[in-house]
Design a protein around this ligand. Structure first.
Ligand SMILES: Cc1cc2nc3c(=O)[nH]c(=O)nc-3n(C[C@H](O)[C@H](O)[C@H](O)COP(=O)(O)OP(=O)(O)OC[C@H]3O[C@@H](n4cnc5c(N)ncnc54)[C@H](O)[C@@H]3O)c2cc1C
Ligand code: FES
Length: 343
């Protein structure tokens, strides 16, 4: 027997929320936000990647490292006033913070877990879109419409990608990733990750998960927003019942129509699909809808729109246009509108 005393486990950091609960994060935790969510707290957040500013908080006491000083989710003025982003801050010891916890609906989503995944499959969808399937050891369940954080090696920060399949079908988490011009994360995933490669994945995250209501569902995907909308659509169809689905997919040109084939594979008896191309000059022979996808949603669906639940995902201008259409022009109740802004 060795006479050496066993090494003490590394100290956990205690985070006290001013006027609220306290929680602990392990020294290995990469960000305050992730630690709070793992502890089951309704910490406010949307994107998890520094872009939206929803996870703002103030540090009252203690030390936090910044993961990304220039994160666009904070303005210079907010930084000067001492605001920080919980998704880009890492506790260095015990801390006291000020933040307003969410008081919204209780979420049935599982707490996120960080896992080492193995790329089990890859399939090209278009010239710049690929479906990646990852095997993970005993992952937590995810809901249709949720997303995960992927950590490609050598790339600063995490990248958010939404699961495109349903939980528990073949044990994989599938993602549809669009390669963006000069994008470091999407480039690494699309071009440099062979089947069999290992990758850190954290999840599930997100609030735009499928709600079990009796209303028909409208899914609107802008480009790479296809992934989460396929997951929501598959959830609606797997739920049985009589809910019908209207699926709108906005693409730029006919060259991207491989993405529309993913919708064709859904149960066509319950799905009405519309593909809208935004660059008519590049696709002069296109016989279908043209223009912006939100405009086609308004044109194709008969009012009143509050008879539907709406799910949408894609680039910020599309999300803004959909919000304006639903919240301001058609007064659809907020609890029927669920979206992810791909910041
Ligand atoms: C909730 C959500 C779900 C999404 N789902 C999908 C999806 O299903 N499919 C899809 O194709 N895209 C999705 N996106 C977009 C995706 O996360 C990436 O923004 C996109 O692929 C561009 O990443 P990039 O690496 O190619 O570009 P880059 O320009 O290299 O990186 C842009 C992204 O990386 C983050 N970032 C950049 N630099 C740093 C840094 N130094 N430290 C930390 N973070 C940094 C930024 O926040 C930004 O999100 C989603 C985005 C969000 C927010
Ligand atoms: S959740 Fe932190 S900036 Fe979006």
């Amino acid at each position: 027997m060795s006479g050496r005393p066993a090494a003490a486990p590394p100290a956990r950091h205690r985070i006290e929320i001013d006027g609220g609960p306290s929680f602990e994060v392990g020294p290995e935790e990469d960000a305050l936000l992730r630690g709070a969510l793992r502890a089951g707290l309704p910490f406010p957040y949307e994107c998890s990647v520094g872009g939206c500013g929803t996870c703002r908080f103030e540090l009252l006491d203690g030390a936090m490292a910044s993961l990304w000083d220039e994160a666009p989710g904070l303005s210079e003025r907010e930084r000067r006033r001492g605001k920080r982003l919980a998704c880009q801050s890492r506790p260095q010891g015990d801390c006291r913070i000020r933040v307003r916890l969410g008081a919204g609906e209780a979420s049935p989503a599982a707490a996120p877990r960080r896992m080492e995944a193995v790329l089990a499959s890859r399939r090209a969808i278009t010239a710049d879109m690929v479906e990646l399937g990852f095997a993970m050891p005993q992952p937590p369940a995810f809901l249709p419409g949720q997303y995960a954080l992927l950590f490609p090696a050598g790339v600063p920060g995490a990248r958010a990608y939404s699961m495109s399949n349903l939980d528990g079908q073949d044990g994989l988490w599938r993602f549809i990733v669009r390669k963006t011009p000069a994008g470091r994360g999407s480039g690494a995933l699309c071009d440099h990750l062979p089947v069999g490669a290992r990758l850190e994945i954290d999840g599930p995250f997100g609030h735009a998960w499928l709600r079990p209501t009796p209303r028909d569902v409208v899914c609107v995907a802008g480009g790479s927003g296809l992934g989460p909308m396929l997951s929501v659509a598959r959830g609606v169809l797997a739920g049985g019942g009589a809910r019908r689905l209207h699926f709108f997919l906005g693409l730029r040109t006919q060259a991207e129509l491989g993405a529309a084939a993913e919708i064709d594979a859904l149960d066509r008896d319950r799905v009405a699909a519309t593909v809208v191309l935004s660059d008519p000059q590049a696709s002069p022979a296109w016989p279908g809808a043209r223009g912006f996808v939100h405009a086609e949603v308004e044109r194709a669906l008969a009012a009143p729109l509050d008879r539907f639940d709406f799910y949408f995902a894609g680039p910020p201008p599309m999300i803004d246009a959909m919000q304006e259409l639903l919240m301001i022009r058609h007064r659809v109740p907020f609890d029927q509108i669920h979206f992810d802004r791909f910041v």
